[in-house]
Design a protein around this ligand. Sequence first.
Ligand code: FES
Length: 138
Amino acid sequence: MVNQPARSLSPDSTGDGIWHDVASTGDLIDGKSILVQINKQPVVVCLSQGQYYAIGHNCPHYDAPMVEGQLVGNKIICPWHWWEFDLDTGHCLYAPTEQITEMFFSSEFMGNPQSVKLPIYPIRTEAGRILIQLSSES
Ligand code: FES
Protein backbone atom coordinates (compact mmCIF):
# COMPACT_ATOMS: atom_id res chain seq x y z
CA MET A 1 0.00 0.00 0.00
CA VAL A 2 1.29 3.43 -0.95
CA ASN A 3 0.05 6.51 0.84
CA GLN A 4 1.38 9.58 -0.81
CA PRO A 5 0.16 13.12 -1.39
CA ALA A 6 -1.08 14.03 -4.84
CA ARG A 7 0.41 16.73 -7.02
CA SER A 8 -2.36 18.95 -8.42
CA LEU A 9 -2.22 19.98 -12.05
CA SER A 10 -3.89 22.93 -13.66
CA PRO A 11 -7.07 22.32 -15.61
CA ASP A 12 -5.99 20.58 -18.80
CA SER A 13 -6.49 21.71 -22.37
CA THR A 14 -9.92 20.11 -22.45
CA GLY A 15 -10.96 22.54 -19.74
CA ASP A 16 -12.60 19.79 -17.77
CA GLY A 17 -11.28 20.52 -14.35
CA ILE A 18 -8.35 19.82 -12.08
CA TRP A 19 -6.54 16.52 -12.48
CA HIS A 20 -4.38 15.34 -9.61
CA ASP A 21 -1.20 13.42 -10.39
CA VAL A 22 -1.35 10.71 -7.72
CA ALA A 23 1.10 7.98 -8.72
CA SER A 24 3.10 6.30 -11.41
CA THR A 25 1.44 3.49 -13.32
CA GLY A 26 4.42 1.43 -12.08
CA ASP A 27 3.18 1.84 -8.48
CA LEU A 28 0.28 -0.52 -9.18
CA ILE A 29 0.20 -4.16 -10.16
CA ASP A 30 -2.91 -5.74 -11.59
CA GLY A 31 -5.29 -6.96 -8.89
CA LYS A 32 -3.99 -4.54 -6.26
CA SER A 33 -4.99 -1.15 -4.88
CA ILE A 34 -3.10 1.75 -3.35
CA LEU A 35 -4.24 4.55 -1.08
CA VAL A 36 -3.45 8.16 -2.04
CA GLN A 37 -4.39 11.50 -0.55
CA ILE A 38 -5.89 14.33 -2.62
CA ASN A 39 -6.28 17.51 -0.60
CA LYS A 40 -6.23 15.31 2.54
CA GLN A 41 -9.02 13.17 1.10
CA PRO A 42 -8.18 9.45 0.94
CA VAL A 43 -8.80 7.88 -2.46
CA VAL A 44 -8.23 4.26 -3.45
CA VAL A 45 -6.65 3.66 -6.85
CA CYS A 46 -7.29 0.17 -8.23
CA LEU A 47 -5.97 -1.73 -11.23
CA SER A 48 -8.10 -4.69 -12.23
CA GLN A 49 -7.80 -6.58 -15.50
CA GLY A 50 -5.95 -3.67 -17.08
CA GLN A 51 -8.51 -1.06 -16.02
CA TYR A 52 -7.80 1.75 -13.57
CA TYR A 53 -10.44 2.86 -11.08
CA ALA A 54 -10.56 5.52 -8.37
CA ILE A 55 -13.00 5.08 -5.48
CA GLY A 56 -13.71 6.39 -2.00
CA HIS A 57 -11.75 4.77 0.80
CA ASN A 58 -14.57 4.13 3.29
CA CYS A 59 -17.15 1.41 2.78
CA PRO A 60 -20.69 2.88 3.05
CA HIS A 61 -21.67 0.04 5.40
CA TYR A 62 -19.29 0.43 8.39
CA ASP A 63 -16.35 2.36 6.97
CA ALA A 64 -14.04 -0.54 6.24
CA PRO A 65 -10.81 0.45 4.45
CA MET A 66 -11.57 -0.33 0.81
CA VAL A 67 -7.86 -0.34 -0.06
CA GLU A 68 -7.91 -3.80 1.55
CA GLY A 69 -10.83 -4.92 -0.62
CA GLN A 70 -10.55 -7.78 -3.10
CA LEU A 71 -10.69 -6.89 -6.80
CA VAL A 72 -12.66 -9.23 -9.05
CA GLY A 73 -13.00 -7.88 -12.58
CA ASN A 74 -14.95 -4.63 -12.35
CA LYS A 75 -16.02 -5.31 -8.76
CA ILE A 76 -14.46 -4.73 -5.36
CA ILE A 77 -15.42 -6.81 -2.34
CA CYS A 78 -15.34 -5.13 1.06
CA PRO A 79 -12.81 -6.77 3.42
CA TRP A 80 -15.11 -6.75 6.46
CA HIS A 81 -18.57 -8.06 5.43
CA TRP A 82 -18.09 -8.87 1.74
CA TRP A 83 -20.46 -6.39 0.19
CA GLU A 84 -19.68 -6.08 -3.51
CA PHE A 85 -19.49 -2.78 -5.37
CA ASP A 86 -19.38 -2.00 -9.08
CA LEU A 87 -16.14 -0.12 -9.79
CA ASP A 88 -17.70 1.71 -12.74
CA THR A 89 -20.77 3.05 -10.95
CA GLY A 90 -20.03 2.57 -7.24
CA HIS A 91 -23.39 0.82 -6.75
CA CYS A 92 -23.72 -2.04 -4.31
CA LEU A 93 -24.19 -5.26 -6.30
CA TYR A 94 -24.45 -7.75 -3.47
CA ALA A 95 -24.76 -7.89 0.30
CA PRO A 96 -25.52 -10.89 2.53
CA THR A 97 -29.28 -11.19 3.03
CA GLU A 98 -29.37 -10.36 6.74
CA GLN A 99 -27.27 -7.25 6.15
CA ILE A 100 -29.49 -6.10 3.28
CA THR A 101 -32.49 -6.47 5.59
CA GLU A 102 -30.75 -4.35 8.22
CA MET A 103 -29.91 -1.79 5.53
CA PHE A 104 -33.45 -1.66 4.16
CA PHE A 105 -34.85 -0.74 7.53
CA SER A 106 -32.36 2.02 8.18
CA SER A 107 -33.63 5.47 7.34
CA GLU A 108 -30.28 6.32 5.76
CA PHE A 109 -30.86 3.99 2.82
CA MET A 110 -34.65 4.35 2.52
CA GLY A 111 -34.96 0.78 1.24
CA ASN A 112 -33.19 1.54 -2.03
CA PRO A 113 -30.10 -0.63 -2.69
CA GLN A 114 -29.04 1.67 -5.53
CA SER A 115 -28.62 4.44 -2.96
CA VAL A 116 -25.79 2.49 -1.34
CA LYS A 117 -22.69 3.37 -3.26
CA LEU A 118 -19.02 4.16 -3.09
CA PRO A 119 -17.82 7.46 -4.50
CA ILE A 120 -16.29 7.00 -7.96
CA TYR A 121 -13.83 9.49 -9.42
CA PRO A 122 -12.72 10.15 -13.01
CA ILE A 123 -9.31 8.59 -13.65
CA ARG A 124 -6.95 8.48 -16.61
CA THR A 125 -3.33 7.77 -17.37
CA GLU A 126 -0.94 9.99 -19.25
CA ALA A 127 2.77 9.48 -19.90
CA GLY A 128 3.00 6.82 -17.22
CA ARG A 129 1.21 8.85 -14.57
CA ILE A 130 -2.19 8.23 -12.95
CA LEU A 131 -4.45 11.29 -12.87
CA ILE A 132 -7.66 11.64 -10.85
CA GLN A 133 -10.36 14.29 -10.59
CA LEU A 134 -12.40 14.87 -7.47
CA SER A 135 -16.07 15.25 -8.30
CA SER A 136 -16.47 18.39 -6.22
CA GLU A 137 -13.85 20.37 -8.18
CA SER A 138 -14.14 22.07 -11.53
S1 FES B 1 -17.94 -2.43 6.31
FE1 FES B 1 -18.01 -2.94 4.20
S2 FES B 1 -19.53 -4.44 4.06
FE2 FES B 1 -19.48 -3.92 6.16
